[in-house]
Design a protein around this ligand. Structure first.
Ligand SMILES: [Zn+2]
Length: 428
């Protein structure tokens, strides 16, 4: 191995304790979302640290974004460090929010306890461990290759767990992810240190409502039950759409295996009165429901077309209408995300792949995420196609009790990131 590459690996290795300490510091700032708390504190922690390495630091509040308010402002931090000469820019983007801790922990979720080579806590895996690894990789790179050309950016962004509208989407709308400013993006989400995530499946959320007519529950024949109408919709989904989805298979390497098929989840189902609504006796009143609502979550593989997915679902409703008297429905889109996929031979893919092989001594795997993450905004709003997720941590531990990240995984992935920087930002 080239001398400078050895020195990069050594420089990361020498920072092992610092990497642990930084991860702990980040996890100890509880940035639960919802509601989206302590964004300012964590941005300042990150900004102050990067300023010491010569980064120009911007703090940006996503004013006007959903959820932004004085009680819970959506702060983001973007730090940039120019090299000695012109060249390309490599950007590491991490979301700083975490989901609620939930129940079932045997460790304090915000203490970031180090035990048996692991750090435990909410956000260790998803994705403060990855954020810390990228910061350490950059600091090691700056020590060994101070004469690099181009620029390095690190961002800590809000709200990924709730769609990213107060974070990466907001920044992308303001040009922070335009290909003129940034050429390579690495998102250190926990896809595991030996795998490169090329993109994610798409999403279509919609709410369907069936309508009926209220009447006394003892004489339901005088009314029209909206829940029975929705029952007919469910039956038609079971009969036609679910089996049709089972037959499709993507060519892209989506993990886990089951997610290579398009999926449909019935996210919620509400008909008639809410349980115990306004009733001190705990008993409902006898009524025929005049409305039933169902929220569906359809996940879309790369080969599917968004318009076709919607048409296929509407056809289910139309088939029910053709057979059923008085069947009326509304359908309303809640949310859509197109699938995102970076080319297997994109520059950032090739570079990280080579670095993985060098550090781990085995070829990198390629995966596609079943759910979405901020790549959608970088792709669709920023129009930047050279973007991957690569970071330490085991995806399945995300959002679980006793979430943890392995210190060795963080060290290894920081080494990969440092070598990738060396290849993407040649020394002048
Ligand atoms: Zn995440």
């Amino acid at each position: 191995m080239e001398m400078v590459r050895e020195r990069l690996l050594d420089a990361v290795e020498a920072r092992r304790e610092e990497l642990i300490a930084l991860t702990q510091e980040l996890v100890r700032v509880p940035t639960r979302n919802p509601p989206g708390e302590n964004y300012r504190e964590i941005c300042q922690l990150l900004g102050a640290r990067l300023r010491k390495s010569g980064f120009a630091v911007e703090y940006l509040r996503a004013e006007g974004a959903p959820g932004d308010c004085d009680a819970f402002p959506r702060w983001n931090v973007v730090a940039r460090r120019e090299g000695r000469g012109p060249g390309e820019c490599v950007h590491f983007n991490s979301h700083v929010d975490v989901v609620e801790e939930g129940r079932g922990w045997s460790h304090d979720p915000f203490a970031a306890t180090l035990e048996g080579g692991r750090i435990y806590g909410r956000g260790t895996c998803d994705m403060k461990g990855g954020l810390a690894a990228s910061v350490i990789a950059v600091e090691a790179f700056l020590e060994v290759c101070p004469d690099y050309t181009g620029a390095i950016e690190i961002s800590g962004t809000a709200d990924e767990e709730s769609g990213g509208f107060g974070g990466v989407a907001w920044l992308a709308e303001r040009g922070y992810f335009s290909p003129r400013r940034v050429q390579h993006v690495i998102i250190p989400e926990p896809l595991h240190k030996d795998r490169i995530c090329l993109g994610h499946r798409g999403v279509w959320w919609a709410e369907v409502e069936t309508r009926g007519r209220i009447a006394h529950g003892s004489m339901p024949f005088l009314g029209d039950c909206a829940v029975r109408h929705m029952g007919a919709v469910l039956a038609e989904l079971e009969r036609t759409l679910f089996p049709a989805l089972e037959k499709r298979l993507t060519e892209t390497p989506v993990i886990p295996e089951g997610a290579r098929r398009p999926t449909l989840n019935i996210n919620s189902f509400h008909g008639g009165q809410a349980e115990n609504e306004g009733n001190a006796t705990g008993l409902p009143s006898a009524c025929v429901p005049d409305s039933c609502r169902m929220v569906i979550d359809r996940r879309i593989i790369w080969e599917e077309d968004m318009e076709e997915v919607q048409r296929e679902f509407t056809e289910v409703l139309e088939r029910v209408r053709a057979r059923r008297e008085n069947f009326a429905y509304d359908i309303r889109e809640l949310f859509r995300v197109y699938p995102s996929m970076t080319a297997r031979d994109a520059p950032v893919v090739n570079t990280v792949s080579k670095a993985v092989a060098e550090v781990l001594g085995r070829p990198a795997g390629y995966v596609v995420s079943p759910g979405t993450y901020d790549q959608k905004h970088i792709d669709r709003i920023g129009r930047l196609k050279n973007c991957i997720a690569y970071g330490p941590g085991i995806l399945e531990l995300a959002h679980q009790p006793d979430e943890y990240v392995e210190v060795q995984d963080m060290v290894d992935s920081a080494k990969v990131m440092a070598l990738a920087l060396k290849d993407l930002l040649p020394s002048g």
